[in-house]
Design a protein around this ligand. Structure first.
Ligand code: GUN
Length: 290
């Protein structure tokens, strides 16, 4: 039995991309060139290749330039650092994204530190992490920013609500907690060492699950009426037909009977990430013009 409203991230992302396309057209008129996003892919990870292809296609569809740079998996780190330096200095490039994960012989922190923070549309550079923590304007990681957009669209003001973020990654959990704090939520960050996780989650008006554990959060963990944002994308083998299927970190069947609103997987948070990336890129272009 489903009682929860289904939060349609796919539709929201389409609306956001249309707004980005309008902003990109007005940028092009003022600047005399299209805004540009450079995406760097090192190696041949199949999932990363799919993401990079989708990013390129959606960038062009919004009226922006897409610059794709591919390096072999065994490229020296110095080659990647030199490419980042070149993109930092390229006036046609407004945003730079280095697809993660990088091959093991590369130091991700060092590569991210080499980015010009004002072109770091992923919001991973320590300068942007610090800006988010102190409330200064900067770039915010795309997935958590997309989650907050969905929450505000669903709930209006988040002020005073109890929020639990499950997961403490630099890409999702930590920036998510900062964003919810900035919206005046009372924020708890839970993780693999948290005791009595179900009891912690049961206090929450907002639950954001970003742990990468298939269907871990169950309906009987939730406060009735809670808003549930499922960041997980897990491929699990299906028993009946042998085909794999995508599931989130939340057990949708039981959770949707208790929650007030919930994001599905797929079609919830997933489509928001690239839409927010394009939004960050047009923001970068406008900011760097002045
Ligand atoms: N790999 C998985 N998600 C992301 C992301 O948001 N940005 C980058 N750069 N790499 C990723």
């Amino acid at each position: 039995m489903t009682t929860a409203s289904i939060i349609d991230g796919k539709a929201f992302a389409e609306t956001l991309r249309a707004r980005v396309a309008d902003a990109a057209a007005s940028f092009a008129q003022q600047a005399g060139r299209n805004a540009g996003l450079a995406v760097v892919l090192v190696g041949e990870d199949p999932a990363s290749q799919v993401y990079v292809r989708n990013k390129g296609r959606q960038t062009l569809a919004c009226g922006m330039e897409s610059f794709e740079h591919k390096l072999p998996a065994d490229a020296p780190e110095a080659d990647l650092l030199a490419l980042v330096e070149q993109l930092n200095g390229d006036p046609a490039v407004d945003g730079i994204l280095v697809q993660l994960p990088l091959p093991r012989h590369m130091d991700e922190a060092k590569v991210i530190a080499a980015l010009n923070p004002d072109k770091d549309v992923d919001g991973f550079h320590v300068v942007n992490v610090g800006r988010l923590a102190t409330g200064a304007p900067g770039f915010v990681p795309c997935t958590p920013l997309g989650c907050v957009m969905l929450l505000k669209d669903q709930l209006g003001s988040l002020s005073g609500l109890d929020a639990v973020v499950i997961g403490r990654s630099n890409i999702v959990g930590k920036p998510m907690a900062q964003l919810l704090l900035a919206e005046s939520c009372t924020v708890t960050v839970a993780h693999s060492r948290t005791r009595d996780l179900a009891d912690v989650v049961r206090r929450a008006d907002i639950v954001v699950a970003a742990v990468g554990r298939p269907e871990m959060v169950r309906g009987d963990w939730l406060k009735p009426g809670a808003t549930v944002i499922d960041v997980g994308i897990n491929r699990v083998p299906a028993a009946e037909d042998g085909k794999s299927r995508l599931v989130g970190d939340v057990d949708f069947a039981s959770a949707s009977a208790v929650a007030g609103a919930i994001t599905p997987v797929p079609g919830g948070v997933g489509p928001m990430t690239i839409a927010v990336l394009l939004r960050n890129t047009i923001v970068a272009a406008h900011r760097n013009m002045g």
